[in-house]
Each structure stands twice: as C-alpha cells, then as structure tokens.
Write a protein that binds this ligand. Structure first.
Ligand code: PLP
Length: 395
C-alpha cells in the first residue's frame, strides 16, 4: 500500500505525524501499512491499559453492540448504572457523570466547582491550578492548564485559574483569596514530563482545602485505572478528593471518561450538565470489562512489579549513558536525558520499531500497556540502548 494513495490531506493538520499508517494492533504491538511491527510504549497516550484490542474489551463490546448501543442519556441504561456503581465502590466517591474524553470530564469538574461556589461559597469561582499542568484542549481546560505553549493561544482565555507552582505550598497559599473555590491538579503531571507531586504536597493540599472549605479536584485521567499500581493514585497517599476525573485507561481504548464527586460536591441541577453520547452502553460495557481486569489485586501487584522492572532498566541506561533521573510511578515513567535529544531519540526508536513519546525536549515518556511482559521491557531496553548508543554514544 502506498501512503500517497491515501487522502491524508483530508484530515486536519493538527500535529506532525510520521509517514506511516497503522492498520492493526494486538497487545504490546502495532503493525503499519507495510507490515512493519512496532513495540508500543505509547499505547494511544496511556489509553490502551490492556494493550491493543484486548479480548475482554472485544467480548464486552461485541455482546453490547447487539443488545443496545444507546437509548439517549435522558433515559437510564443498566450498563451505565453498573459501571457507576463499580466506580463509586472502588473510589469511595458517591456519584458519576460519564463523558467522552478527559477534557470533557475536566470541563465538567470546573463547572461543578463553580456551581458549588455559587451555592455554598458566596459565588467563589476561582480554581487554583498549576504551572506545567495539562487538563485538556477545550477552551476552559486549556485555560486551566499551565502549559507555556498554550499561553498565546485562543485569547481571551477563560478567567478564574490562578496558577501556583507545583510542589510549593507557599505559592498555593499566595493564590488563595475570597473568590477561591477549589484547587485542581494531576498527582503526576504527565504532559509536563512525568513530574510527580510529592505525597506530602498532596496531603498538605488536602489538609488546606479541608481547613478552608475548598474543593480538591484530582485529575487522574493519566494516573488512574491502575497506571501507577493502585486503582487510583490518591490511594498511595491516603487522601480522598472531593472531585475526581478519569479517562484514558477507563475505556481500554474506546472513548470513555468520567467525572466523580462526593455527595456534598455533586450539586448539578437539571439542565446544568449533559451530552448526547454520555454514558452510552457501548462504551460503558468496555469500562466494566476494563475494571473487571484492572481492579484485581494480582493485576495491580503486577503493575507495581513491572513498574519496578521498568525503573531498573531505565536506571541502567541512565547510568550507562550518563543521563538524568528516572521519574514516575508504576507504568508511567520518564527518563531525563539531560540534553534536548528526546525528539531525536524517539524518531530513531520509531525507525527501529519502538514507539516512545517525548513530552519535553529532554525527557522520554514510557506508558506501555499494563499487561506488557517482562520480555517487552527487555526488548524495549535493547532497542532504546541501541538508539542512545547511536545518538549519545557518538555525540
Ligand atoms: N488531563 C490529563 C492529565 C491528561 O493527560 C489528558 C490527556 O492527555 C487530559 C486531561 C485530556 O484528556 P483527553 O485528551 O481525553 O481530552
């Protein structure tokens, strides 16, 4: 198949893509239009938590598609009810609103906090967010994000998102005023290059928000659903948020995300929130299948073990080539290269049949399937070793 016979020009040019078309995926592997095989450590940006086309999701969707695809969100359906019950049971939060992507879940979280402020905090609407944060690409979630590249875009921004420094309580305190209603953050800033909040910072934010009657919103779109070795990252820290957003892994590859809230924070009135596809049974069936696998204690334990193996493998490479730190938790990790070589290394790896992401010029990100094998880690390490040898060894 020739790439040029494809009308790629009919797709909006929103990012630089390699001249390759992917046609098939299975587990940790992807195949392109020439039959070349790639070991996938991107997995749809940490989406395919069970790998490509996992049997559990195939079965669930195949069964559901014959039963009921969508009755409209204006009616109950048994699949959304079951998935919401499972998520509340696992998370300890009380109510769920399903969305189609992470940005929409965060947009809902922002609206919910503003509604809470209108009802309970004299109209407070400001949500403190963080430098480096990434919360999505709607206008409000881009405004909530602290990504430098977003700053000049789509002005005027949605107001009400004062930015604090990550892992710096003093800067958070400086942002607090009479209009503050919530603090929102990712427990590990993924797009910023896998920068973890310290456990102490998360605990301090929980104490401060409780003390001041503010809401704590955790964006666990990247860190949730087993990615860090617990079902939710906040379990590592022993805190609970008032509002939680999930996405990516929740659907195991299909568009499904969720906004969860405690009973107190869940204050939407009829008409405040909705959406045509929200909570449709087809996607929710995939979510149930994913939770059935990921929430098993042995599954989560295996994520922790494979995370440790990945850390050890990356640390070895870091030592061999004099690179920087290995950051992250579980199977969300970054390797700091110490030099702005990440794009070049990722491109070389792509040529060699390995998909890696370069979220920052000096960092590589690893977000493989949670079901990957020890052999996959070893194979990735060999390819990366070779690429680093070519680029850094000869630099
Ligand atoms: N929040 C975080 C932490 C993310 O990593 C992402 C996506 O990368 C989003 C929100 C946006 O999710 P989506 O791309 O599904 O809208």
């Amino acid at each position: 198949m020739n790439l040029h016979t494809h009308a790629t020009h009919a797709l909006m040019e929103i990012t630089a893509r390699p001249a390759t078309i992917f046609v098939k995926g299975e587990g940790s592997w992807l195949w392109d239009h020439n039959g070349k095989r790639y070991l996938d450590f991107v997995q749809g940006w940490a989406v395919n938590c069970l790998g490509h086309s996992p049997p559990a999701v195939i079965d669930a969707i195949s069964r559901q598609v014959r039963e009921l695809i969508t009755p409209s969100p204006a009616y109950y359906n048994s699949v959304a009810i079951e998935l919401a019950a499972k998520l509340t049971q696992l998370s300890g939060l009380d109510e769920v609103f399903f969305t189609n992507c992470g940005a929409e879940a965060n947009e809902g979280a922002i609206k919910l906090a503003r509604k809470y402020g209108a009802l309970h905090c004299n109209g407070a609407y400001e949500i403190i967010t963080f430098e480096g944060a990434f919360h999505g690409r709607t206008l409000a979630t881009m405004s909530a994000s602290g990504k430098k590249a977003f700053e000049p875009l789509f002005e005027p921004k949605v107001p009400g998102f004062p930015k604090a420094q990550f892992n710096d309580m003093a800067s958070v305190r400086r942002c607090i005023g009479p209009k503050t209603v919530a603090i929102m953050l990712e427990p590990i800033q993924g797009e910023a290059g896998v920068l973890p909040a310290t456990d102490q910072f998360l605990r301090d934010l929980r104490s401060l928000t409780k003390e001041l009657g503010l809401l704590l919103i955790l964006d666990e779109i990247q860190t949730g659903i087993g990615r860090t070795g617990k079902m939710f990252h906040f379990e590592h820290v022993g805190i609970e948020p008032d509002i939680l957003t999930l996405g990516k892994g929740l659907g195991g590859g299909v568009p499904l995300a969720a906004l969860l809230a405690t009973e107190t924070a869940s204050c939407f009135a009829h008409g405040d929130q909705g959406g045509t596809f929200n909570g449709n049974p087809l996607m929710c069936a995939a979510g149930i299948a994913v939770l059935g696998e990921v929430s098993r204690p042995d599954f989560l334990m295996s994520v922790t073990e494979k995370g440790e193996a990945l850390t050890a493998a990356l640390a070895k490479l870091a030592k061999r080539y004099g690179l920087g730190e290995v950051r992250g938790r579980g199977l969300l990790q970054a390797l700091a290269l110490g030099k702005p070589l990440a794009v070049e290394v990722a491109a070389k790896a792509f040529e060699a049949g390995l998909l890696l992401n370069a979220p920052r010029p000096d960092s590589l990100r690893f977000m493989p399937s949670l079901t990957l094998t020890q052999g996959d880690i070893e194979r990735m390490t060999l390819i990366l070793d070779d690429c680093l040898g070519n680029i850094i060894g000869s630099a």
